[in-house]
Design a protein around this ligand. Structure first.
Ligand SMILES: Nc1ncnc2c1ncn2[C@@H]1O[C@H](COP(=O)(O)OP(=O)(O)O)[C@@H](O)[C@H]1O
Ligand SMILES: [Mg+2]
Length: 363
């Protein structure tokens, strides 16, 4: 019996990252290209479970591999110090560890101006960072900062962005990757103090193509020395709806149905999907729906009456409100990442299983 290769927990990098090749290629290309490349200031937005955190990790790993240093933080008080510490720590390792004998003027022990704590406290964050980045850049080493759970309410995030803007202007080899929930990102983009970010490249992490999901699930199963019936795989893929977290949840549960048999059967998938659904409800849906207002929920329930997409004028009628009023809720829900506009005047759920969840729990 081999170990279950699926990783259904937040922030756990999957064995195979489905459908994100192009984004990774663009950003890694941007890092390898010179300063000024638009893929050096990037924002990921997507609902819980869309794979923001693991994508940040994946790109940070790639950056490490070609010799950049990275500082990876979650948005909260203390993040600036954390970045500084990571830059010093990782920079020191890189400058000393690789035996870069051609480097002159850099004494690994001296990197980061850590001679005395006293001297350090007298200079501000920007000055310290500038010195470190200069030193790294002089050795052809760039710096990537990744920021997860971006939230403009945390003042240190504003300081980071405002300062980063100077690094860009000074043409330093730096990059900033930020990730957050759609609503949080749109608040950030509307903030005048850090309007610089409006020029950032934005990637909306949406659903992954079924073909990519299929490949990832199949390979994940095969590298762990089992296989899956074709029809069973078709069903599993369809049930993910392309939602990244569901790839792991469904994979995990279908694997566990008969871990001692080599082949995963159709029945395993049917049973596994039911368990995955319960986890999806408690890990994603409950938190997501709790964050919505009563009217938001009524809007979603009005949508749930339709089979496919919903026409806005129908929604307004069902809610007994004007179209204008309904469209304000439409915008709010798009910002929360739970629905999306599909046609002119039409919307659809953007999270698989959300409709079932609402009908089962709230109808
Ligand atoms: N592209 C992907 N392919 C397969 N699994 C993924 C992918 N992206 C994320 N996952 C899985 O989905 C779950 C949630 O990912 P995470 O990055 O924590 O989401 P977020 O930060 O957006 O809430 C994890 O179990 C992770 O392994
Ligand atoms: Mg996350």
């Amino acid at each position: 019996m081999s170990i279950n290769p699926f990783t259904p927990s937040f922030g756990s990098s999957p064995a195979l990252l489905a459908g994100r090749d192009m984004i990774i290629r663009n950003i890694v290309g941007g890092l390898q290209n010179g300063h000024g490349d638009p893929n050096r200031v990037v924002i990921f937005s997507g609902p819980r479970g869309s794979g923001k955190t693991v994508l940040l990790s994946e790109i940070a790993n790639k950056a490490d591999q070609f010799g950049w240093i990275t500082a990876n933080v979650t948005t909260m008080d203390g993040m600036l110090d954390d970045i500084l510490d990571q830059v010093k720590e990782n920079g020191r390792k890189l400058l000393s560890g690789k035996g870069r004998s051609h480097i002159t003027g850099v004494n690994a022990a001296g990197f980061g101006f850590t001679r005395t704590v006293d001297a350090e406290e007298k200079v501000g964050w920007r000055t310290q960072m500038t010195r470190l980045i200069k030193e790294l850049n002089e050795n052809n080493i760039g710096l990537l900062i990744t920021v997860d759970e971006a939230n403009v309410a945390v003042s240190e995030l504003r300081v980071l962005v405002a300062t980063f803007q100077h690094f860009v202007r000074e043409k330093r080899d730096v990059a900033l990757l930020m990730a957050g929930l759609p609503g949080k990102i749109s608040t950030i983009l509307n903030d005048d103090v850090i309007s610089f970010l409006r020029r950032a490249f934005q990637y909306k992490l949406g659903l992954v193509d079924f073909a990519e999901v299929r490949l990832a699930m199949k390979k994940t199963i095969e590298i762990s020395e089992r296989d899956i019936e074709k029809k069973a795989l078709d069903l599993a893929v369809e049930k993910t709806g392309g939602f990244p977290f569901l790839i792991q949840l469904i994979g995990y549960h279908i694997w566990n149905q008969s871990p001692n048999r080599k082949r995963i059967s159709f029945k395993d998938v049917e049973d596994g999907v039911e368990l995955a659904k319960l986890d999806m409800y408690s890990m994603i849906m409950e938190t997501t729906v709790k964050g919505l207002s009563k009217t938001d929920r009524k809007f979603l329930l009005a949508m749930a009456e339709d089979d496919g997409e919903s026409v806005m004028s129908d929604i307004a009628k069902r809610l007994g409100v004007t179209q204008n009023y309904a469209s304000q809720y439409r915008l709010r829900l798009i910002e929360q990442g739970v629905i999306e506009s599909v046609d002119v005047g039409a919307v659809a759920f953007s999270l698989p299983m959300l409709k079932d969840f609402l009908l089962e729990r709230y109808a």
